[in-house]
Design a protein around this ligand. Structure first.
Ligand SMILES: O=C(CO)[C@H](O)[C@H](O)COP(=O)(O)O
Length: 223
């Protein structure tokens, strides 16, 4: 099976968690895109969705799915999104697609986080994938120094030779070299650095369910 087929299989499996008549939180990235395409096939069953990025909002709109402003939604049954890495406790690294801040916000309003990913994303220790940290532009250098003091090697994410700008008008530092043995503690520590908007560690509020695509089928893990 190709990686795309594995992503498609988990996207299809996630439909089981969609509750009729409700608003669904939707993530960002290639796996989330497969989920949006699946959601479109049952769109008459739901009220709509809250998007975690402009890209996701456009794709939902293109399928004719109503997109709600999070400020008008007090609670959602589920948030469904991919991950760059996930461990056996449901802690994740996210933000490869630069949507980490809105992803964390939308997920915080959902009662359940369903992580959909191909099986290669399941790791013993988080940190091989560079950890994305969204920062206020004027603070990127001082935040980078603070991250280096924690043992990481931060690199400003570039696009066309310039700092890549997120949907929030901020920058991303990708931090290599962190062996993340205590994800909850590191999430709090990095969030505490002045100038950090959000760290792409989703550990304090990790996934509740993982749907992982493997050659043997979709593996479900409850955390
Ligand atoms: O966190 C994310 C975007 O900010 C994505 O969920 C993560 O990068 C995984 O993406 P993909 O499904 O394309 O592998």
């Amino acid at each position: 099976m190709t990686q795309d087929e594995l992503k498609q299989a988990v996207a299809r499996a996630a439909i089981e968690y969609v509750i009729d008549g409700e608003i669904i939180g939707v993530g960002t990235g290639s796996t989330a895109n497969f989920f949006i395409d699946e959601l479109a096939t049952i769109k008459s069953r739901i009220r709509g969705a809250v998007a975690s990025s402009e890209a996701t909002a456009s794709r939902l709109h293109a399928h004719g799915i109503s997109v709600y402003d999070l400020n008008d939604v007090a609670s959602m049954p589920v948030y469904i999104d991919g991950a760059d890495e996930i461990n056996a406790q449901g802690a994740m690294i996210k933000g490869g697609g630069a949507a980490l801040t809105r992803e964390k916000i939308v997920a915080s309003v959902a009662r359940k986080f369903i992580c959909i990913a191909d099986g290669s994303k399941l790791v013993e220790t988080l940190g091989k994938f560079p950890l994305p940290v969204e920062v206020i532009p004027m603070a990127h250098a001082c935040v980078a120094r603070a991250l280096a003091a924690l043992g990481g090697q931060p690199e400003l994410r570039l696009k066309d030779g310039k700092p890549m700008t997120t949907d929030n008008g901020c920058f991303i530092l990708d931090v290599k070299g962190l062996r993340i043995t205590d994800p909850v503690a590191l999430e709090a520590q990095i969030n505490n650095i002045v100038g950090v908007v959000t760290v792409g560690l989703f550990a304090q509020r990790g996934a509740d369910v993982g749907l992982l695509g493997t050659e043997e089928g979709v593996k479900k893990i409850e955390f």
